[in-house]
Design a protein around this ligand. Structure first.
Ligand code: HEC
Length: 110
């Protein structure tokens, strides 16, 4: 009986931590509509999330939630390639098509 209780408690902890992660991911997951978006989101999680946050609301870097309304895909590509002030340049760190996938995905944030 005691063992069962322990097992139940362990399961609850596991479920709770999984839910926390899902909540964090919900915004990014909901932005995926194409396979290229999926690549962009996975790159974003690795390269950008630390400065622009899991919901794109910004941290060290600015909010990107509506970036597609102010910048075109071409402008986004050039910012990602060249960087800007506190923003690192990615042309030597990411493949051209990775930068394009990110720019296309960001251009849809309106
Ligand atoms: C080390 C922190 C940092 C990382 C990592 C980072 N950024 Fe930024 N980003 C910034 C800062 C700071 C700015 C503002 C630069 C400026 O004021 O010119 C910025 C600006 C931008 C802009 C322009 C925003 C605007 O309103 O003009 C875009 C788009 C952007 N980042 C996308 C990305 C993407 C995509 C990634 C990942 C590939 C990324 N950033 C990674 C810090 C970061």
């Amino acid at each position: 009986m005691r063992q069962l209780y322990f097992l139940a408690a362990a399961l609850v902890v596991l479920l709770l931590s999984a839910c926390g992660q899902q909540k964090d991911d919900a915004f990014l997951q909901s932005s995926i509509t194409t396979p290229a978006d999926e690549e962009a989101v996975s790159l974003y999680k690795k390269q950008c999330i630390s400065c622009h946050a899991a919901d794109l609301s910004g941290r060290v870097g600015p909010n990107l939630q509506k970036i597609g309304s102010s910048l075109s895909e071409e402008q986004l590509i050039s910012i990602l390639e060249e960087g800007s002030k506190g923003m690192p340049a990615y042309k030597n760190r990411l493949e051209k098509e990775e930068i394009e996938a990110l720019a296309q995905w960001l251009a849809k944030r309106k």
